[in-house]
Design a protein around this ligand. Structure first.
Ligand SMILES: Nc1ncnc2c1ncn2[C@@H]1O[C@H](COP(=O)(O)OP(=O)(O)OP(=O)(O)O)[C@@H](O)[C@H]1O
Length: 364
């Protein structure tokens, strides 16, 4: 069945779902677009703040109704509290604060963000994850960069994650770490627009409806900048700290400042700053060239009140290896690039305030 036809049939099925205040879900102004991918169907129901509990049964019925039509595709339906949808006003229901809840099986979460795109955030996130694994920790990786997912390519992952009978995802495994990415759910050429509520809903389900097993650290690759995904993640899960990636150029640092300001406002701890594409190592002689001058990132980190976590060189092998699904931590685990990532991972572990609180997180 064509995707559009399936979406239309699901919408018709939603006409049987009654919503609080009267009317049916198909005609409800808060129903998002119904996104159909080869393995999943996703839509969101936006409700006025405080109405989440009242809409719970409607969400469940919607899930069942959609699943009946969607066959083997996994159906993801979420409730998002936000702008009250156009339509009838509701007066009952008390505010239900979302609250942060632990993700089953996951001890710690480290998120990797950046002020702007293209600074190498995903590359750094993957290699930090692998470097933490090399320290003996059990690592999961979640690609939350829903608008430009690159983890499948970086880790050489192909195909879609398996789905258990109860609808829970089984994560991919690559180089000893578990990984989930919205990228695995999409066709490479498919231009899917993950609108706000849809994206936050997909993230919640990738995070919480995946059988992570027993994970010491989940590394989350955030989208660049600041937006709904960040706010949704930081509101729903206890993130132990964020690593900000920046290139040496001043502009990127100014953008990084905006991201840092947002994290402060959301009360999310920061691990510090990684400077990527920081210096150049000549492939023939191994000589290091500080092409942007040296010390800029340390000074910038200090200005921003951040710890400087380390610098990663600009080297062709990082780009080539990443494009081939072979990160430097795997292709040359003792090379200078891998050493840079190991040093950053160790600095993160050494400065994780939670290590003092949590004795089981002490392998490093
Ligand atoms: N240290 C490096 N040396 C050489 N190339 C690098 C380095 N870091 C990243 N790259 C290359 O730069 C490009 C962008 O990297 P990456 O996708 O990790 O950036 P990003 O900040 O996650 O981007 P996006 O915002 O699109 O998610 C990729 O081609 C990657 O291989």
């Amino acid at each position: 069945m064509a995707d559009l036809e399936l979406a239309a049939r699901i919408k018709s099925a939603l006409a049987a779902v009654e919503i609080p205040g009267g009317g049916d879900l198909a005609g409800y102004g808060g129903l998002s677009e119904i996104i159909v991918t080869p393995s999943a169907v996703a839509f969101a129901i936006a409700v006025a703040p405080g109405m989440e509990a009242a809409f719970g049964p409607a969400r469940e019925q919607a899930q069942q109704a959609a699943q009946t039509v969607a066959g083997t595709r996994k159906v993801m339906v979420s409730l998002t509290a936000g702008k009250p949808p156009a339509g009838p006003k509701f007066s009952h229901g008390s505010p239900v604060p979302a609250g942060k809840t632990a993700v089953p099986g996951i001890k710690r979460i480290i998120a990797v963000g950046s002020g702007k795109g293209g600074v190498g955030k995903s590359t750094v996130a993957v290699n930090i994850a692998l470097a933490l694994a090399a320290e003996g920790l059990k690592i999961g990786m979640l690609d939350a960069d829903l608008y430009g997912p690159s983890i499948p390519k970086l880790l050489g992952i192909e195909g879609r994650p398996a789905i258990r009978e109860d609808g829970i995802f089984t994560p991919h495994e690559a180089f000893g770490i578990k990984a989930m990415s919205i990228g695995s759910m999409l066709n490479p050429d498919q231009a899917v627009v993950w609108r706000g509520p849809m994206a936050t809903s997909a993230l919640r389900q990738l995070l919480r409806e995946t059988d992570w097993g027993d994970i010491d650290v989940l590394v989350i690759d955030l989208p660049p900048g600041t937006g709904d995904i960040h706010i949704s993640l930081f509101q729903q899960a206890e993130v132990d700290g964020v690593v900000i990636v920046s290139t040496p150029q001043q502009l990127a640092l100014i953008d990084a400042k905006k991201a840092i300001d947002m994290l402060h406002r959301l009360n999310v701890p920061l691990f510090g700053l990684v400077e990527n594409m920081s210096y150049f190592i000549a492939p023939d002689t191994g000589t290091r060239y500080d092409i942007f001058g040296s010390g800029g990132a340390e000074a910038a980190a200090a200005d921003l009140g951040l710890r400087f976590l380390g610098a990663v060189p600009l080297v062709m092998s990082i780009r080539e290896g990443s494009d081939a699904g072979l990160p430097p931590m795997v292709s040359q685990p003792d090379g200078p690039e891998a050493q840079a990532f190991r040093a950053i991972a160790r600095t993160i572990l050494a400065n994780d305030p939670a290590r003092q609180r949590s004795p089981e997180f002490s392998k490093s």
